[in-house]
Every structure is written in structure tokens, then in C-alpha cells.
Design a protein around this ligand. Sequence first.
Ligand code: ATP
Length: 238
Amino acid sequence: MTNVLEVRNVETFYGPIMALRGVSIDVPKGQIVTILGANGAGKTTLMKTVSGALDPEKGTVTFLGDRTDGSEPDQMVKKGMAHVPEGREVFPFLTVEENLRLGAYTRRDKEIDADIEMCFGYFPILKERRGQIAGTLSGGQQQMLAIGRGLLARPQLMLLDEPSLGLSPLLVQEIFEIIKRLNKEQGVTMLLVEQNAQVALNTADFGYVLEIGRIVMAGEASKLLASEDIQEFYLGGG
Ligand code: ATP
């Protein structure tokens, strides 16, 4: 199985603060891999290190067979990585459709209209609201739009940073169902960061647990779901 993404012994700092302390992960082609961890564990830092927003001090990031640590975020997008950041970050003063078209800004092909329709197939509410100003959408709809915008880049790898944040349980279920379908039907490999371990492990193939900048556990999602440590610390059981 080929890896779309390989992260090796990455150390990332904010000034003197070491946020990642030698992190290594693999994301195999076609899979959904999740990174679990509490607030401040370093999940967002890992995503930003992968997407080029932060440069690691040490270690390597390899995307589609090429070293990419030190690359700029826009180069990563061109190369096929879409980052759906935490907190949605849609363009609030643009319409739904304008936001989606911006997702395709690196593309030169003529299939963008068809891909917008494909995106509307997964998110029918966005079709209904294609002319609406994005800032006036609900939180769940903005999350859908952020994922849709990522999709318009036709990514090989989609980075999803806490898609469940601030959403009702029902909406979380709905969005994760769609994430699963995009993976299966469109073949998008996903790296998913989540605090909601239950839904993340139910969706993913493989998971890592990050604690204070280190990977402390790794395994198939179904095995992690059954693990006592995960039950106790991340699923509120025990
Ligand atoms: P959350 O779920 O709250 O986003 P996280 O797991 O994504 O948490 P990070 O945001 O990656 O965690 O933060 C990892 C560590 O780095 C934390 O100790 C945090 O305080 C620190 N940190 C994050 N951003 C900065 C920054 N800009 N400057 C200094 N320290 C930072």
C-alpha cells in the first residue's frame, strides 16, 4: 500500500515552545486516518506542519513521494493537498458559490462547473443557498461549505481540522457520513484531526493518539475503539 503522506520525526516550535516532539505518521492512499488528542496536544500544529503553514525544525514531510517540508501552503494546494481549517474560515462576505469557485483557484481545467454540481450532490443545502452570503449560513452549513471548497481543489489528500467542533450530534453524524462517502466514492484520502474520539474512530481506518506533542498510541480504528485506555481517557467510559 502506498502512502500519500509520510511524516518522520517532526519537531515544530513556536519560538522556544516545542509543540511537536518527534512525530511520525503514515497516511496510506485511499484511507481515512485520524489524529486524536486533547486540547493543546499539538493536533493543529501537526496539520499546519503538514500543509506548509509551519516549517518543522527537524524531521521530514513527504507528500506523494516528494519532500515538502519547507514548502509554502499554496504550493501544497497545487500539489494536491486541501486543508479544511478549524473554525471553517469560509469567506464570510462572498456567496456560497463564490466560495466554492475559490476552492478551484489553482485549477485550469474546464470541469469546475461539473465539480460544483458534484459537490451540491453531497451537500444539497449548499445548492439551495448557492447565492447566499456565506457569513449568514449556520455553523453546520459553513462546515459543509468549507469541506466543499476543499473538494473543489480536487485533492489527493484532504486535511480536516475538527469538523465536529461546535455542531449538534445530529449534524456531526451527517457530516461524518458525507466524509465517509467522499472517501469511498471520490477516492479522497483523508487526514482528520478530532477531539470527538467516538465519531472519528467510527469513521477512520486508522488512528493515532497525540499527547503533549508525542504520538503515544497507534492502531486500527476498531482496535483503538475497543482499547481500555481510549475508553477511559477519550470516550468517557472506563
Ligand atoms: P486545540 O484542539 O485546542 O486546537 P491542538 O491539539 O490543536 O489543540 P495546538 O493548537 O497544536 O494543539 O497547540 C499545541 C501546543 O502549542 C499548545 O501547548 C499550545 O499552547 C502551543 N501553541 C499553539 N499555537 C501557538 C502559538 N501561536 N504560539 C505559542 N504557542 C502555541
